[in-house]
Design a protein around this ligand. Sequence first.
Ligand code: HEC
Length: 98
Amino acid sequence: MKSREHVLAVVISMLLMTPSWAADHKPNIKHGEVLVAKKCMGCHDNRQYTRPNRIIHTYEDLRARVEFCDSASNANFSFDDLDDVVEYLNTTYYKFKK
Ligand code: HEC
């Protein structure tokens, strides 16, 4: 595929995905906690989120990192699951303003 077509394809697929991010989901912190305990202890435990040299400095960083670690761990979280996990980590550890 030519690279311009590729960029277009990526943009279109992002647009198509937007409605599920925007969906009216109220994050469930308790469910986020359960998901993290079940799926996220393979490489690091919860101390990762309070380490002094942590790499996450904004709410957007946190969301991106959770999505990255979701793929790294093959947890296959749905968009709602990602919301729950981000909300749990933010409420418990990071406390960023949205
Ligand atoms: C395949 C191994 C692996 C799994 C499984 C994993 N992570 Fe990670 N995660 C990492 C590594 C490695 C880092 C540190 C990256 C660095 O320091 O550059 C990290 C860092 C993080 C951070 C940032 C910590 C900071 O510095 O503030 C968050 C948040 C995070 N992981 C969330 C999750 C969540 C949520 C899950 C479950 C979906 C998960 N991780 C599962 C490998 C993993």
